[in-house]
Design a protein around this ligand. Structure first.
Ligand code: SF4
Length: 441
């Protein structure tokens, strides 16, 4: 391993897309630093620029192509990686002058392209890379990627064709990384993958080792072990397979956060079938009621697509009824937009654009009332929050119900000596449909 010096070859880095892409970026950055490259925050000082792209929906493709164009204009030497890199023809059609194109989670391919176009410095020296790697997120929270790829074939999604089938990381490796992060001061681990509840399916729940103990590569075992680390553990992208029920007691006992990010996408069985969603027929409402009975503080976040091909007025009404029944806490929604290469593009009965937008507005207005009511019920309660920022205007924190970047914030009065990354207890004084206000106890 080498250390960066003022004359080190310098790589500019642009990271676009979802938290999963962010984790890929962190790995590439860690490797670059390990080999003695310097990382530049601007295009000017860089010898070349790596752009980690997103290709999930057409808007993200456009954003990625623009970012590549900007890097080419500003710097001229660009290597493309990430989801959009899976479609090299499209990248090269728009930008024939890029140096190289590599696909998603292709760390080795990116590194070999960097080596080809910007040789690594020869400076054997002690590693400057901390064992927890380089984090792009603030030091007190970090994403923990447990697998790559996905075994499902949802008709609107091209991720499996870009990223391949599910490949779970060995449980010992995941837990060692989590432990390193915690030792480095991380207070919240955000578990991510394309399908967290499927963890280990591809390796038949193979046994690995951590702290000398045999552990099965299974989401429940993983959650239990992460719960031993004494930090917040938040699960993202959990599909409602039956075995997810076993996670709820861990939440009720406070071993992991009572938070489930479960992309449900629709409430009508007919549309869910057309979407080919995993575990779509798993008696969702009944189970949500059961989960809440066991763990009243459970926060449920979900995302939905309205205006999917073939969605009738009745389907849409049943989606609104589903929202009424499910009483979800946090909800994101999109109007369906076709993604090149997705099977859903072949489905008949596309919903007209104006109707999609009208349904999206009705959906959001409907859910906004539910979210606001659920938040309002928290006024007067004492909760634990994790401080994100301390500034001149006060303290900004998050509760167990708020994942960074996607959910709400807690604005705090008092506790002037609190520090980012600290967990404190506060009493909720006010809410709107998104955020909380609180007083330090
Ligand atoms: S579960 Fe469906 S939407 Fe999610 S990555 Fe897999 S195919 Fe795509």
């Amino acid at each position: 391993m080498s250390k960066a010096t003022p004359s080190s070859p310098t790589v500019g880095f642009v990271s676009l897309g979802c938290p999963k892409a962010l984790v890929d970026s962190e790995r590439i950055l860690t490797q670059l630093r390990a080999e003695g490259y310097a990382i530049s925050p601007s295009y000017d000082g860089a010898d070349l620029v790596v752009v980690n792209t997103c290709g999930f929906i057409d808007a993200a493709v456009e954003e990625s192509l623009e970012a590549i164009g900007e890097a080419l204009d500003e710097n001229g030497r660009v290597i493309v990686t990430g989801c959009l890199g899976g479609d090299e023809t499209r990248v090269r059609e728009a930008h024939p002058e890029v140096l190289a194109v590599t696909g998603p989670h292709a760390y080795e391919a990116v590194m070999s392209e960097v080596h080809r176009h910007l040789p690594a410095p020869h400076d054997p020296y002690a590693s400057l890379v901390p064992p927890q790697g380089i984090k792009l997120t603030p030091r007190h929270y970090a994403y923990l990627k447990i697998s790559e790829g996905c075994n499902h074939r949802c008709s609107f999604c091209i991720i499996p064709s870009l990223r391949g089938d599910l490949v779970s990381r060995p449980i010992g490796e995941v837990l060692a990384e989590a432990e390193n992060l915690v030792n480095a001061g991380v207070q919240e681990l955000l578990v991510i993958s394309q399908d967290t509840s499927a963890y280990g399916v591809d390796v038949r729940y193979r046994t690995g080792f951590w702290r000398g103990r045999p552990l099965k590569s299974h989401v429940q075992t993983l959650a239990e072990a992460l719960g031993e680390l004494g930090v917040w553990v938040r699960l993202h992208y959990v599909y409602p397979y039956p075995h997810v029920d076993a996670l709820i007691p861990l939440m009720a006992e406070g071993r992991i956060l009572p938070y489930l990010d479960m992309p449900l996408q629709h409430g009508s069985p007919r549309i869910l079938k057309a979407m080919r969603r995993p575990a779509a027929s798993e008696r969702m409402l009944e189970r949500i009621h059961d989960w809440r009975a066991q763990c009243p503080d459970l926060t449920l976040r979900s995302t939905f697509i309205v205006g999917f091909p073939g969605e009738t007025d009745e389907d849409f009404e049943s989606l609104l009824e589903f929202l009424d029944e499910a009483q979800l806490d946090r909800v994101g929604a999109f109007a369906y937009s076709p993604v090149s290469g997705a099977a859903a593009n072949e489905l008949p009965d596309a919903v007209p654009e104006a109707l999609k937008q009208e349904r999206l507005e009705r959906f959001m207005a409907h859910q906004a009332v539910i979210s606001a009511q659920r938040l309002r019920a928290r006024v007067g309660r004492e909760i634990e929050v994790l401080v994100d920022e301390v500034g001149a205007d006060g303290i900004v924190a998050r509760s167990a119900a708020d994942a960074p970047e996607i959910d709400g914030l807690v604005y705090i009065e008092g506790a002037a000596d609190a520090r980012p990354g600290e967990r404190i207890r506060v009493t909720v004084t006010d809410t709107d449909e998104h955020d909380l206000w609180a007083r330090a106890d």
